[in-house]
Ligand binder design. Structure first.
Ligand SMILES: *Cc1c(COP(=O)(O)O)cnc(C)c1O
Length: 353
């Protein structure tokens, strides 16, 4: 399937002129169109680009009752050569299929995913913002649409790729609390899937943390609350001596693409990548003796989110942040890579339109 095979039903009137590109709020404005395909009778059908508009579902739609819903998040950027690039979309496609499989939902062929992305971006090209740091956020989402109250795996689904222009991410320094009461994900559960329920389940602990004056939590393992897992909806990374340390992925940790990219790039920053468990005992000791140089969250939205304090076992530890930190060099490196101004050694700019 090539993008020209995907029918495009255009809006009668674009909303583009009503959008203030200097004051974009994350996820507030949708582009004119979205990509959509429907699953029924055992296969994906009806791939098309159509206007972004409300959808009609049965109140019995299985997604509302039993939660079969998964999503992805990625960004399209203007490159220095004036073309539009997407960073490692194959990774998002692979992860979407891992999530779908875990939720007993039908997987999506690479061609459908890639050509859907391409067709949508080509249609809504004028919506890709081009000021520094701005991007077109892309949100693939799949959910169960069959109308049935009985507990069952849905036989019908909708796959959409939605898009929203976003501003440069404002990097607030985060104050985090190590969470040892609530759990995000347990081994054998759905933590490695980007499924909607993981987010719904994380809101309450995050809300309590906010009421206590923190920005987010650092999740720990479900069994003993002894090991660090993730930070909110980002992977967590530590610079310890000359190592870039992060917990290994598992069924309870989401395999972030930013995380994996930074591990691969570690040598560029004079660091050795180390995937290993980080215990709260080690964290406490290293925060006390200052052998942790930097801590940050890694994810598509923020790229690198600086962490300025960690609350652990009743104590607040400060992590001084400076403009010369390695995390900011990493953030800049990823930005330059996506813009195509530095060598793309690994071929990570996969889709260039
Ligand atoms: C999406 C997500 C991440 C970050 O993944 P990226 O591919 O880097 O955007 C990390 N943790 C959780 C729980 C996530 O949902």
């Amino acid at each position: 399937m090539v993008s020209t095979d995907i029918p495009v039903h255009k809006v009668a009137q674009s909303r583009l002129s009503q959008v203030d590109f200097d004051h974009l709020e994350f996820g507030k404005v949708a582009t004119d169109h979205l990509f959509e395909a429907k699953y029924y009778q055992g296969a994906w059908h009806d791939a098309r680009v159509k206007p972004f508009e409300p959808i009609t579902l049965s109140p019995f739609a299985l997604v509302f009752h039993y939660g079969q819903a998964v999503f992805e998040g990625m960004k399209a950027f203007y490159r220095a050569d004036g073309r539009i690039g997407i960073f490692r979309p194959t990774k998002n496609w692979q992860r979407l299929n891992r999530s779908l499989e875990r939720m007993a939902m039908p997987t999506i062929e690479k061609e459908l995913f890639m050509e859907g992305l391409r067709a949508l971006i080509e249609t809504d090209k004028a919506w890709v913002p081009n000021k520094p740091g701005q991007a077109l956020y892309l949100r693939p989402v799949v959910f169960a649409t069959e109308g049935r109250l009985g507990v069952k795996v849905s036989d019908e689904y909708l796959f959409q790729i939605q898009a929203s222009p976003v501003a440069a991410f404002y990097n607030k320094n985060l104050r985090l609390k190590v969470e040892t009461e609530f759990v995000r994900a347990a081994k054998g559960g759905v933590g490695y899937a980007k499924c909607a329920g993981n987010y719904g389940a994380a809101f309450y602990p995050a809300k309590l943390a906010k009421e206590q004056g923190f920005d987010q939590v650092i999740w720990t393992d479900a069994k003993e609350h002894q090991f660090v897992e993730e930070s909110g909806t980002m992977n967590i990374m530590f610079i310890i001596e000359d190592k870039l340390v992060t917990p290994p992925t598992s069924t309870s940790i989401l395999a972030g693409i930013t995380r994996e990219s930074l591990l691969k790039l570690a040598p560029e920053f004079g660091l050795t990548a180390e995937e290993r468990p980080v215990s709260l005992d080690e964290l406490e000791e290293r925060l006390s003796n200052g052998t942790i140089k930097e801590v940050f969250g890694a994810g598509t939205a923020a790229t690198v989110a600086p962490i300025e304090s960690i609350h652990l076992r009743g104590k607040d530890y400060q992590l001084p942040i400076s403009d010369s930190d390695i995390k900011f060099k990493m953030k800049q490196y990823l930005e330059d890579l996506r813009k195509g101004v530095i060598e793309d050694k690994f071929g990570w700019n996969e889709m260039i339109i």
